[in-house]
Design a protein around this ligand. Structure first.
Ligand code: VG1
Ligand code: CO
Length: 542
């Protein structure tokens, strides 16, 4: 029996870079989740007769939120909801299921790389029928609906058991519980040369994959250890836990420090990798050799043809604006199109759908391809493994060869987290104001060449997105980008993206910190970060 519950709009339900993210306790407030879910349903003209995929990264509140969504979908007359067993689905696996099962869309419960737990973060994101994050027109409609909502519909029913595979019925709607790994693993086996990777492991090649107590554990155990024959123990922290073992499931040198230490030590395995809370990010490390995500994108693009799924080459490459120009060098050498989009995977969807881009990536450890419409952590690891098997070289050899061939873009991101929102906004406003006068000026040791605020015109649907980050280029190949994060849950996070391009053959083996010192000083001189924020160093450097 459908019941209609009266509610009133709740402030702050504007989706950010990747869905709505809040403190878990905020999501648990009366009607908070219900209002947002009903607003999604309103924004897509209702759910009657439709099929959806629902799953999340297993963080605290994942299962209760799924029960709420199931009851509300049933009340709206949805035909079928496909749920990952135990409520688990990695973000790329959810994207794959939406596509494979031709669902109308999906609801993904995750705050990605943010910590989980009752005092940490929760999130919810709507994906459309192509399997990708809702584009801006849809998220704008969702936000509008949250501002006018008066009631939501649900049913009175017991919780559905999420652990038993198979179909059950909920007020006329079919709930289908599926294994979260099966379809995803089948897709990976189509894309990559599993025999070659199996031989690599059989020959003694060693890997450590840190699942960071998050959702990729079951995927990594099944694919790397069971299907590809990597020895047991290859996957670390492989059991998903609601608070990610009290860790911060963000695969970067700071939060995946134990893996980094292992890779830099004398007993380092041949290859190290990690993924984030919801399985869409990746970190790649060789023996003594950290690969920046921007470089990883470039290497994957340059070598993708070695994997069966990409043997015909790439149509084009896309990267988010703050991502380094390393991939641009590859696109130029291959003679293929290169696209620069705003931050967030939703901007790649049209390019992938139109067949203009095959591989996409972001500096924030996200890489993926046209196989789904999300970034995909394990996919990146498997493509690297396929390439290493084909080339029979170490990660550091591959990198040295890559830089010698294409040139190198030194890169680092400095994050100032949870700073006062007004301080952050005025820092950005002041930069915006001085932009036109900057060319020709000096900033610390560097001379400014160009400066602008990035706006994106989507070449497929013509939509325009403004205010996507402030970019300043310097003489001598350096660039700095300033942007405010759209995924944080307290205060504002200022991201400062530093890049120094070097064409080679000289200067390809400097330490990134040395290579980026001048541009880091220039960034501080331009934005007055230290005086304004009172911080004498970034909270996180990646
Ligand atoms: C961050 C990253 C961005 C990424 C987004 C979602 O956004 O910078 O590149 O797409 O997180 O990633 P922001 O607005 O905080 O800079 V995930 O793994 O949270 O889905
Ligand atoms: Co993520």
């Amino acid at each position: 029996m459908t019941i209609t519950i009266k509610t009133t709009p709740i402030e702050g339900q504007k989706p950010g870079t990747s869905g709505l993210r809040k403190k878990t306790r905020v999501f648990m407030q009366p009607n908070f989740l219900e209002n947002f879910v009903q607003s999604i349903f309103t924004a897509i003209d209702g759910v009657a007769g439709k099929t959806f995929v629902v799953g999340g990264d297993g963080r605290f509140f994942n299962d209760s939120a799924i029960q709420v969504i199931l009851r509300m979908a049933a009340a709206g007359g949805a035909a079928r909801v496909i749920v990952g067993q135990g409520g688990l689905l990695s973000t790329p696996a959810a994207s794959n299921l939406i596509r494979k099962r031709e669902a109308n869309g999906g609801l993904i419960l995750s705050a990605s790389h943010n910590p989980g737990g009752i005092d940490e973060d929760f999130g919810l994101k709507y994906n459309i029928s192509n399997g990708g994050p809702a584009p801006e027109d849809v998220t704008a409609r969702i936000f509008e609906a949250t501002k006018t909502i008066e009631n939501y519909a649900t049913i009175e029913a017991d919780d559905i058991a999420l652990d038993a595979l198979g179909e059950t019925e909920l007020a006329g709607m079919v709930v289908e519980i599926v294994d979260p790994v099966t379809d995803y693993a089948a897709l990976m086996a189509e894309l990559f040369d599993f025999d070659a990777i199996r031989k690599l492991f059989a020959g003694g090649f060693t890997l450590r994959f840190d699942a960071m107590h998050a959702v990729t554990g079951p995927y990594a155990h099944a694919i790397l250890e069971q299907q590809l024959g990597a020895p047991k123990g290859t996957v670390l922290n492989g059991t998903p836990s609601p608070d990610f073992g009290k860790g911060h499931p963000d695969p970067n040198p700071i939060w995946a420090k134990p893996l980094m230490d292992l890779m830099m030590g004398v007993d380092a395995p041949d290859f190290g990798a990690a993924s984030d809370g919801d399985g869409d990010r990746n970190m790649i490390v060789g023996k003594g050799c950290y690969v920046t995500p921007s470089d990883s994108l470039a290497v994957l693009a340059a070598n993708a043809h070695m994997a069966p799924g990409y043997k015909d080459g790439l149509a084009g490459i896309a990267r988010s604006m703050p991502t380094s120009g390393a991939a641009d060098r590859v696109a130029a050498a291959l003679g293929i199109e290169m696209f620069e989009t705003p931050t967030g995977w939703k901007f790649f969807g049209n390019l992938l759908d139109a067949g203009r881009a095959t591989i996409c990536g972001e500096e924030s450890a996200g890489t993926g391809s046209n196989h789904v419409r999300e970034k995909d952590g394990l996919w990146a690891v498997l493509l690297w493994l396929n390439i290493l098997a084909a080339r029979n070289e170490s990660v550091s050899d591959v990198m040295a060869d890559h830089w010698a061939r294409f040139g190198r873009n030194y890169y680092s991101r400095h994050d100032y987290e949870a700073i006062d929102s007004e301080v952050a906004a005025s820092l950005m406003d002041d930069l915006r104001t001085v932009l036109p006068a900057l060319p020709g000026e000096q900033a610390a040791a560097l001379k400014i060449k160009k400066a602008d605020e990035f706006a994106y015109d989507d070449p497929v649907d013509g939509s325009r997105s403004e205010g996507q980050g402030i970019r300043i280029w310097f003489e001598g190949g350096a660039r700095v980008v300033f942007r405010l994060s759209g995924t944080g849950t307290s205060g504002a996070t200022l991201r400062v993206y530093l890049e120094q391009a070097v064409d080679g053959p000289d200067g390809l083996t400097d330490s990134p910190a040395d290579a980026l010192l001048d541009v880091a000083n220039a960034a501080n001189a331009l934005a007055g970060i230290q005086e304004r924020t009172g911080r004498d160093a970034p909270d996180v450097i990646t």
